[in-house]
Design a protein around this ligand. Structure first.
Ligand SMILES: NC(=O)c1ccc[n+]([C@@H]2O[C@H](COP(=O)([O-])OP(=O)(O)OC[C@H]3O[C@@H](n4cnc5c(N)ncnc54)[C@H](O)[C@@H]3O)[C@@H](O)[C@H]2O)c1
Length: 253
């Protein structure tokens, strides 16, 4: 699928990896609908990038909000070819801590946004993709989901986050199989440590010590490198059903 002919939804597109994806796609000539809760940042990114980028305030966990966002994207661009899911949250809480057992509501919230939100958006995007005329490769659409290396090497306090990301890895192949009939592909990116607003706030020392754990190159990932891989997935017809680690070969202990 050529990026210049692609209409994409990018969730979490107001910040970090999602924003970098929006910028990469827009620079390649794609039309992009940002779905995010951060209205100020989302509207600012859309305004900066011009008429080919729109912003909708969408909570990915809400069926109604996602339907409204998709209706806006269809109204503006007339089709949806790609869906990149970057909206997500991370928390730190142990299964059993000094305060007692892991708070159940907090566990549910992380799963609700990271996993259910991802599936909610992709299923409703697919509803539109199946209406597309297939391109010369037989493709009607492509989905890019975001897991994390925490799906494989989760750390202390990451039980909810790792569970949500492990599930995103787990659903990648069955979704590829479910959607093969329609010519819709899916890949998941499992990022390592990326220099997004989250890490920028940690200070130079922490960034230095985290960077030292990366095999090569010894630095945090740049959000633009995530955007580039998301674009490669959209453009490569033979990439399907796979989770790709984007992590400088980091293996967290
Ligand atoms: N930064 C990293 O090192 C890293 C590593 C591995 C995985 N990831 C994953 O990549 C994704 C993006 O992370 P980031 O670092 O860019 O984070 P970020 O906080 O910079 O961006 C996440 C965006 O998601 C939005 N969001 C949160 N909840 C939402 C909801 N319910 N509905 C709609 N939007 C919502 C936020 O407003 C924010 O703009 C996340 O899924 C994260 O788990 C990040």
């Amino acid at each position: 699928m050529k990026i210049s002919e692609t209409v994409a939804i990018v969730t979490g597109g107001a910040s970090g990896l999602g924003e970098a994806t929006v910028r990469n796609f827009a620079a390649g000539g794609a039309k992009v609908a940002i779905f995010d809760m951060n209205e100020a940042r989302g509207a600012q990114v859309a305004a900066e990038l011009g008429d080919n980028v729109i912003f909708s305030k969408v909570d990915v966990t809400s069926e109604d909000a996602v339907k409204e966002g998709i209706a806006s994207a269809m109204g503006a661009f007339g089709r949806i070819d790609a869906c990149v899911n970057c909206a997500g949250i991370g928390i730190a809480m142990k299964t059993m801590g000094k305060e007692g057992p892991h708070d159940y509501q907090t566990f549910r919230k992380v799963l609700e946004i990271n996993l259910f939100g991802t599936f909610n958006v992709l299923r409703l995007a697919v509803e539109q993709m199946v209406e597309n005329e297939p391109n010369a490769d037989g493709e009607r659409g492509v989905i890019v989901n975001t897991a994390s290396v925490a799906a494989f090497d989760g750390q202390k306090g990451q039980v909810a986050y790792s569970a949500s990301k492990g599930a995103i890895v787990g659903m990648t192949l069955p979704i590829a199989r479910d959607l093969a009939f329609y010519g819709i592909r899916i890949c998941t990116i499992a990022p390592g440590l990326f220099l997004t607003p989250l890490f920028e706030g940690l200070g130079e020392k922490v960034v230095e010590s985290l960077s030292a754990q990366v095999t090569f190159p010894k630095r945090l990932g740049k959000p633009s490198e995530y955007g580039e891989l998301a674009r490669n997935i959209v453009e490569s017809p033979y990439l399907n059903g796979e989770t790709i680690r984007l992590d400088g070969a980091i293996r967290l202990p």
